[in-house]
Design a protein around this ligand. Sequence first.
Ligand code: SF4
Length: 386
Amino acid sequence: MWLTCRLVPDHKTIADFRKNNGSAIKRVCAQFIELCRQMGLLTTSSVAIDGSKFKAVNTRDKNFTRGKVERRRAQLEESVARYLAQLDTADRQEPSEELAAKTDHLKEKLVKLESVMQRLAAMEKLMLASSDQQISLTDPDSRSMATSGRGSGVVGYNVQVAVDTKHHLIVTHEVTNDGSDRAQLANIASQAKQVLGVDELQAVADRGYYSSEEILACHEAGITVTLPKPVTSGIEAKGRFGKQDFRYLAEEDVYVCPAGEKLAYHYTNEEKGLVLHRYWTNACQSCAIKNRCTTGKERRIMRWKHEQVLEIVQKRLDKNPQAMRQRRETVEHPFGTLKMRMGATHFLMKRLPKVATEMALHVLAYNLTRVMNILGIQPLMTAIRA
Ligand code: SF4
């Protein structure tokens, strides 16, 4: 309305405009961030990367995964068993008018359950035939995704953003229906680097992005990433030494263990596309602290071919433990504002391309109002006209 000098288009006009101008809206969003760069608002070459789940126009009831179908079937079977048991009890009682009405009611319920089970079986067939064994009926591109709240989840999209750490402007964003952040780091960081037009970029992300291959890709693209490694092995939880308790000596190509023994290189193999070197020592069997180290014959340490890249990332994080706080403060701002403006239902459009347009419009609005707050309206109008 502000852009159109107080014209008040009806909702259908706005919806059609949004539907018919997807690529132009995305270009305007990208062009605005370029304007921000030209205005000198993006000079730090430092971004925080994060993803957040946004709800689609698809309720949880209209999304089917293998787990959900199994749980629903178990519930239905339980109900059928309960009604059948009630019918058996009724059979053993003296016939009466009330009993006949109750029996009819139970039979009706069983017929309804039968048709629900048939519908569920049809959904299961469709779900198993889909590539990722999941279907969403209202918005077929939306996916069931876990959120940070324990046991909670949404049916929606995963919105990835790179936010500049100084002014909290969204440098770049992408909407995906992959619920995991693990394969997103290099892509979104490279996009941010390109938008900012810099040779080197600092990027900070959370442990959900930790992936050896992604970190290596960033390293090779001139992107300095800082992120913590997730604890996945469980070995430390059991009170035993973790890999970080073993020191690597590059000049000798050995690991030094907590008992001071040197673990020598033995062989190399490939696992899930990663070339891994294996190290161990024969001293484990007579080691006084073996019970704190391994339950096996000896403790083996594996080292990825590019492990030094991961070690540099860890050192960087150790040197700057504030990085994680800075990351949280930077990304919470845009995500909080976007979700507050979108309301409780988040996306209004269906299918990934249209949802991506809707997000581009929201990102543009966020960046626009952010610049108004930083510079004021007049300098922004002058820069847009220039
Ligand atoms: S068990 Fe082996 S690797 Fe572990 S501390 Fe003892 S000697 Fe070192």
